[in-house]
Design a protein around this ligand. Sequence first.
Ligand SMILES: C[S@@+](CC[C@H](N)C(=O)[O-])C[C@H]1O[C@@H](n2cnc3c(N)ncnc32)[C@H](O)[C@@H]1O
Ligand SMILES: O=C(O)C(=O)C[C@]1(C(=O)O)C=C[C@@H](O)C=C1
Length: 248
Amino acid sequence: MSDASYRDAIFSTPLDRVARFSFDEQVVACFPDMIRRSVPGYGQILGMLGLIAGRHLRHGAQVYDLGCSLGAAGLALAGTLAPDAFRYTGVDLSPAMVARARETLAAECPDHAMEVLEGDIRHLDYTPAGMIVLNFTLQFLAPEDRDAVIATLFAALEPGGVLVLSEKIQAADEQENAWLVERYHDFKRANGYSEMEISQKRTALENVLVPDTLEGHHARLARAGFPRSQTWFQFLNFASLIAFKDCR
Ligand SMILES: C[S@@+](CC[C@H](N)C(=O)[O-])C[C@H]1O[C@@H](n2cnc3c(N)ncnc32)[C@H](O)[C@@H]1O
Ligand SMILES: O=C(O)C(=O)C[C@]1(C(=O)O)C=C[C@@H](O)C=C1
């Protein structure tokens, strides 16, 4: 097993043509470093998952982690919950991510029931679940596919179930959005990214990562049937929401 994780330097040299961002071998090799230096609050969101599960998850229930990448949410849950507290299924489209996630989870939490499926979250056969985590994944789906996925997840949740949805967001107000994006770029600079890295990554993510507004997310959750959703975390243009299957 390879547990090497490299510093993200993907966009550090000038590229003649910046290709569309994809979750290939090169990204997988530096992903832990990339996501921690690029997503404000990433560690704090992961740290809360066990506490949220502790309050909302039925003992022994199914947990889905959709677009699980290297299984970070699974690791966070296994770090705080007992092996019989939940069953974890991570799902990801990228074969390189899936291979690495399987190795990591097998090595780090051998006593927990952890599986990783290679598949498309738009076409999965979901079993009833107590908690679904969608961390920074919906933003990569075509906007026209997002409603159907959220509706499917609402249907998959058992009574008392919760959906945790974390996303890069945009503000509806142009000035507010510009301020958030500028400070986000400051955040990246402070984390060691150069102007070239920031601008080439921005180009690579154009039309690949399409953020919604917070209002758009809450409206979609309501359309899908969720009687209640709330934003529980925001750090610049990144936020996490929780949506409840029932009103209580
Ligand atoms: C930003 S990463 C998610 C990070 C991860 N949830 C975490 O917290 O570390 C987005 C992931 O979604 C996956 N993905 C994108 N579209 C997908 C789809 N339709 N079905 C399954 N996985 C998808 C990508 O391969 C990538 O690994
Ligand atoms: O670097 C950015 O601009 C980001 O939006 C960060 C982001 C994300 O939000 O998913 C983009 C791609 C990588 O998957 C990791 C993090």
